[in-house]
Design a binder for this molecule. Structure first.
Ligand SMILES: *Cc1c(COP(=O)(O)O)cnc(C)c1O
Length: 383
């Protein structure tokens, strides 16, 4: 439900726009950092979830590091004032240019995803006479029990180094004079809501950590990635249970005294603080279906078209009435996948009504495009 103040503010604005609730973002950040502090855990923000400058400022002020997946994200994090000593760089396809620029910035660590990448970083670091800090991203073959398209930690996925390649990886690390091994890294998927998954991850992390120790490596950093999900079906339940999440790692990781535990959270921090607000252009009553056609489409919010993601849809104009009609809610883009929801039960809806797509803070704005030569995105921030 939106407040009457929000509703009257929205009524005067051009649509569609992303609405950000900065108060909620702040509360979520506070909840996360307080829960992490209990165990002295380090949290990095996974920038790819949302790199809106207004949000990044708040996230940096909360003291988080930055988890980047491209050279430009590294650059942006540093421009935004994130401490280079808290910037990590992951990704299966880091280009030479991206590696070189990150070496120049002395970032905290490269999360390395293949043996060939280790060799390339070593070579590029040698040319600069630098030592590159690296963590090995291991594919632990742990099922994240999430949507197929956002699973990353199974043997079939492209991410990380597989367990059978670890002996060769250890040899390469020993041969590469410009590399400093600092630890191991994992990220098994996104929108994980079953916390047992993280228990299984901890067990694998313990095994791999021991494996490296037995071969004479000092494993200083255990980076367990991110992936904590949010409740898309209950957008009012806004702050994820960070306490329960961190407790699992405290209970199940066999952390040594000299070890640090690092996290990379994206969606859980920013997912619930935003809604995409849109206006109904047309209502079409078909023979078997009723359609609501919005002025927002997959160009503003691609998740439903990309991986059938669910976003709660609300008619804000009629929010006090009872829902009584089922509609397919679609956008204006010339693609049949440009559909936000099928058979959605809503109040009887008319042209001009405002519709909110909830929980759009993560992987929303960042995936927007200009397909169909769509207009620039608009934003509204509320404090
Ligand atoms: C995307 C990503 C994350 C964050 O995932 P969320 O599901 O948004 O928490 C963390 N680490 C890496 C390496 C990633 O690619």
């Amino acid at each position: 439900m939106f407040s009457n103040k929000d509703r009257s503010q929205f009524a005067d604005l051009e649509t569609p726009f992303y609405y950000y609730d900065l108060n909620l973002l702040q509360e979520t950040l506070n909840s996360c950092t307080e829960a992490a502090k209990v165990y002295d855990f380090h949290v990095h923000y996974a920038m790819k979830a949302n790199f809106n400058t207004t949000l990044l400022k708040k996230i940096r002020l909360a003291g988080l590091g930055a988890d980047c997946v491209s050279g430009n994200e590294v650059k942006k994090a540093l421009e935004m004032g994130f401490d280079a000593g808290k910037v990590v760089f992951a990704g299966v396809g880091k280009s030479d240019k991206e590696i070189n620029e990150s070496l120049d910035q002395d970032i905290f660590c490269f999360n390395v995803e293949s043996i060939q990448e280790l060799e390339v970083i070593n070579e590029l670091a040698a040319k600069k006479n630098k030592i590159a800090k690296v963590a090995i991203r291991i594919n632990p073959n742990v099922d994240a029990h999430t949507h197929h398209n956002i699973t990353t930690g199974l043997d079939e996925n492209k991410f990380g180094i597989n367990s059978w390649d670890l002996p060769a990886c250890a040899d390469t690390l020993k041969q590469c004079a410009q590399l400093e091994f600092i630890g191991i890294h994992f990220h098994i998927g996104s929108q994980i809501t079953n916390l047992d998954v993280y228990k299984n991850l901890c067990i694998r992390v313990n095994e791999f950590s021991q494996w490296f120790e037995e071969r004479g490596f000092v494993v200083k950093v255990l980076n367990v990635g991110g992936g904590l999900g949010i409740d898309y079906h209950h957008p009012e339940q806004q702050i994820p249970d960070f306490t329960a999440y961190f407790k699992i790692f405290n209970d199940f990781l066999e952390k040594r005294d000299n070890q640090e535990v690092h996290f990379e959270l994206g969606r859980a921090l920013v997912g619930q603080c935003s809604s995409l607000i849109s206006k109904v252009l047309y209502v079409k009553n078909g023979k078997t279906k009723n359609f609501i056609i919005l002025d927002a489409g997959m160009t503003e919010l691609m998740r439903p078209a990309l991986y059938q993601a669910y976003h709660q849809i609300e008619n804000i104009t009629k929010q006090d009435a009872a829902a009584s009609v089922k509609y397919d809610v679609v956008g204006p883009i010339c693609e049949s996948t440009d559909c936000f929801g099928k058979e959605v039960l809503l109040q009887e809806t008319q042209r001009g009504d405002l519709i909110a797509l909830r929980s759009t803070g993560a992987y929303g704005e960042v995936m927007s495009s200009h397909y169909n030569l769509r207009e620039e995105l608009r934003f509204v921030f509320s404090e």
